[in-house]
Design a protein around this ligand. Structure first.
Ligand code: GAR
Length: 197
């Protein structure tokens, strides 16, 4: 049966667009909902124009009340009978209370070769550490931040003259290849890790 996918984002949504564009034809999943914690997220308009349902849950009124924010997110997605959640640049840490019921059904893309460089500013940290390669990882989401079973990685050579921005741009190109490839397999029940190139 075709899987119903929700994509969570906070920003430009280029990974969301890559995922949505791939979910056609014989793909085992369809984009059902795009949810953002920011009304200004560019991806929200793009999704609406394509007839995809959207929800915005602003985290700011909840302050430190993460459970309250997550309860609202859960309530908004419930009517859509979602099978898989894809985090695609969703910049809120989700607590175990939200993650546990979705374990095995929620995946994330992170701009580093995990387990290296969990958290933020991955590209500047990789450059400062003198890494020769960087990349991105798609993984199942567990209560531990940027952890969980690896579903795929794409590698990018770090050039001597790279800035965090130039490196991020090349990694993002790979994210747009890796994430759709992993989701297609994951939705079909295949969790064997993908390695690019
Ligand atoms: C991507 O590089 C993604 O890997 C990263 O945010 C960017 C979102 O770009 N995610 C994280 O850092 C999660 N911790 P996009 O909105 O254009 O897809």
């Amino acid at each position: 049966m075709t899987k119903r996918v929700a994509i969570f984002l906070s920003g430009g949504g280029s990974n969301m667009r890559a995922l949505v564009e791939d979910m056609a034809g014989d793909h085992p999943a369809r984009p059902t909902l795009v949810l953002s914690n920011k009304a200004s997220a560019g991806g929200i308009n793009w999704a609406q124009e394509r007839g995809i349902a959207t929800e915005v849950v602003d985290h700011r009124p909840y302050g430190a009340d993460r459970a309250g924010f997550e309860a609202e997110v859960a309530a908004r997605i419930a009517p859509f009978e979602i099978d898989i959640i894809c985090l695609a640049g969703f910049m809120r840490v989700l607590t175990a209370g939200f993650v546990m019921p979705w374990q095995g059904r929620m995946i994330n893309i992170h701009p580093s070769l995990l387990p290296k460089y969990r958290g933020l500013n991955t590209h500047s940290r990789a450059i400062e550490a003198g890494e020769r390669e960087a990349g991105c990882t798609v993984h199942e989401v567990t209560p531990e931040l940027d952890d969980g079973p690896n579903l795929g990685q794409a590698r990018v050579v770090v050039r001597p003259d790279d800035s965090p921005e130039t490196l991020a741009a090349r990694v993002l190109e790979q994210e747009h290849i890796l994430y759709p490839m992993v989701l297609r397999r994951f939705a079909a029940g295949d969790t064997t890790p993908v390695h690019l190139p």
